[in-house]
Design a protein around this ligand. Structure first.
Ligand code: C5P
Length: 223
């Protein structure tokens, strides 16, 4: 491939998007949050009572979903059929249902197709669960991120609190992360797993600057 792709995969809430955004900004690449796509599909399914096991209903729903990214300052602003849903897709109802929706074969097939199209000719940083394994197995640089589960839960809890969600407890967040990690790593379709050539980045004890410096040095080495 002529264009450059940086793939960042890893567990839930271990700072993938923070690093991906910072990296994209530094490199002048486009940032694509693949998780936001699965979240937006999940939101559509919740609103329309789409039954995940009803193949015809899922197919029909996917035909009626249009997702678009608006890259303002490398934040991921996503629209679902023209509506800005960036905030709503981070809330608990979506987090609680996204693993089930993203395990669906038809959903994955459609999202992977759209992701591959987005990374066809432009330099991108994409984060998710299967970017280095399935979406862009030929990405020039791959990272696999991980961090202590308690630290991850605290970070996500603080983020929810700062956005005004006071009804979700730290335990709720911890359980949701554990559930998603389990579902994401054990599903049949493209389970979360480290690509053989992915660089492991455990950020339990690394600051954002330290992670960015490490990632940049790796990118420069591999490109
Ligand atoms: O990255 P984020 O935590 O927002 O992703 C939400 C969920 O979407 C994950 O728990 C996972 O089930 C799913 N996902 C996926 N494949 C991706 C990105 C996200 O299955 N590439």
């Amino acid at each position: 491939r002529k264009n450059l792709v940086v793939a960042i995969d890893g567990y839930s809430s271990c700072g993938k998007s923070t690093l991906a955004k910072a990296l994209a900004k530094k490199l002048g690449f486009i940032y694509i949050d693949s998780g936001a796509m699965y979240r937006a599909v999940t939101l559509y399914f919740i609103r329309n009572h789409t039954e995940i096991n009803n193949i015809a209903a899922v197919k029909d729903a996917l035909e009626h979903i249009e997702l678009n990214f608006h890259s303002r300052d490398y934040q991921s602003h996503i629209t679902l059929n023209g509506e800005e849903v960036s905030e709503e897709i981070r809330q608990m109802p979506v987090s609680e249902n996204v693993s089930e929706v993203s395990a669906n074969k038809l959903v994955r097939k459609e999202m992977v197709k759209q992701q591959q199209r987005m990374g066809k000719s432009k330099n991108i940083v994409m984060d998710g669960r299967d970017i280095g394994t399935t979406v862009f197995p030929d990405a020039q640089v791959k990272f696999f991120m991980t961090a202590d589960p308690k630290i991850r839960a605290e970070r996500r809890f603080n983020e929810l609190q700062s956005k005004g969600d006071t009804s979700t407890s730290l335990e709720d967040v911890f359980e949701n992360l554990a559930h998603r990690d389990y579902a994401d790593t054990t599903r049949v379709e493209s389970p979360l797993t480290r690509a053989e050539d992915a660089i492991i980045l455990d950020n339990t004890e690394l600051s954002e600057t330290e992670q960015l410096d490490f990632a940049l040095s790796q990118v420069h080495e591999h490109m």
